[in-house]
Design a protein around this ligand. Structure first.
Ligand code: ADP
Ligand code: MG
Length: 296
């Protein structure tokens, strides 16, 4: 009877928009008490757009966005796509880039029109490129972050030139999903590479405690965050969509991938939420619990 009940659970999962790798997966969900959520693309839509561009003293913001967009054309990151799209609105063809490099979870660098350009997170420009953030940008970035937005720092030829502020929106189903997790007795935790202030602002919108936000985490450290919770005795489900979530999804006791996300994340996971709707994660856990109850 056991395998049959599990098969029925699997079939019901498909109806709910949940693809289950194998019937045994339902078993591993039973003990889950903590649910770690990636921010971008999981709790938010992941469709970023440029809100504003702020220049350091004397910088032309149209030029700033244009140079940033040219370099970001080499990256597939959602932030990069937003910046390139905004830069193209200028109408001029984007210049070719030379020596492009992607620095995972930090930013990108390369040569645009003879300028050595780096774009990414502030701490990366400060620590790896020894640059100093101008005061006016610091203030503008702080305000943007408090609003849940992400400032991206643009530098070339030894100076920070400005910030491009990007944002995306919380999915309208996320808050309801988080309420459902709590009803199931799960503690939701937000895990992101993005800045802490923006992460806390998003957490607040969906009902996650500020104390349960883990921000500014490098892709390689997402897996450590999951391991750390496990070593403290928690049984962890993780929901993510990105290539940078794959290792953490595999490490979690239960990995759930957004069907709208990358193939790498889907392959690393036990369950796929076909519609990319976080509420399906709660459905999956409820389903596995009721399926297992039927068996007992
Ligand atoms: P997330 O966990 O939100 O998916 P990532 O780990 O991909 O974020 O990136 C973390 C941070 O690194 C971003 O918020 C951004 O500041 C910076 N970053 C990463 N890639 C880029 C890029 N192509 N251009 C600019 N900034 C980037
Ligand atoms: Mg993501």
């Amino acid at each position: 009877a056991t395998p049959t009940a599990l098969m029925v659970g699997t079939g019901r999962g498909a109806q709910l928009g949940i693809l289950i790798k194998g019937p045994q997966v339902l078993e591993s969900t039973r003990q889950v008490d903590t649910i770690v959520l990636d921010k971008t693309g999981t709790v938010t839509t992941g469709r970023m757009s440029v809100d504003s561009t702020v220049g350091a003293d004397g910088e032309n913001i149209d030029e700033l966005l244009f140079v940033a967009g040219a370099l970001e054309d080499g990256s597939e990151h959602p932030i990069a796509q937003a910046i390139t799209l905004a830069a193209r609105a200028d109408g001029r063809p984007l210049p070719r880039i030379e020596g492009f490099s992607n620095h995972d979870g930090r930013g990108v660098s390369g040569v645009v029109d003879g300028r050595a350009v780096a774009i990414g997170r502030r701490t990366w420009l400060e620590q790896d490129w020894s640059l100093v953030a101008p005061k006016n940008l610091e203030v503008a970035a702080h305000d943007a972050e408090a609003d849940g937005k992400s400032p991206v720092w643009v530098a070339w030829d030894g100076s920070i030139r400005g910030i491009v502020v990007v944002s995306d929106t919380v999915k309208d189903t996320s808050k309801e999903a988080i309420t459902a997790f709590r009803t199931l007795g799960l503690r939701p935790i937000l895990l992101t590479g993005d800045n802490a202030r923006a992460a806390v602002a998003v957490a607040k919108q969906v009902g996650i405690e500020a104390a349960d936000v883990i921000a500014e985490v490098l892709p390689a450290d997402k897996v450590s965050a999951v391991k750390d919770l496990q070593s403290r005795g928690y049984t962890v489900a993780m929901v993510g969509d990105g290539v940078n979530d794959a290792a953490a999804l595999a490490q979690a006791d239960l990995g759930l991938a957004m069907g709208t996300g990358s193939d790498v994340a889907i392959e690393a996971s036990d369950l796929t939420l076909v519609r990319g709707d976080l509420r399906s994660a709660a459905d999956a856990i409820r389903l596995s619990r009721s399926t297992l109850k039927t068996i007992k």
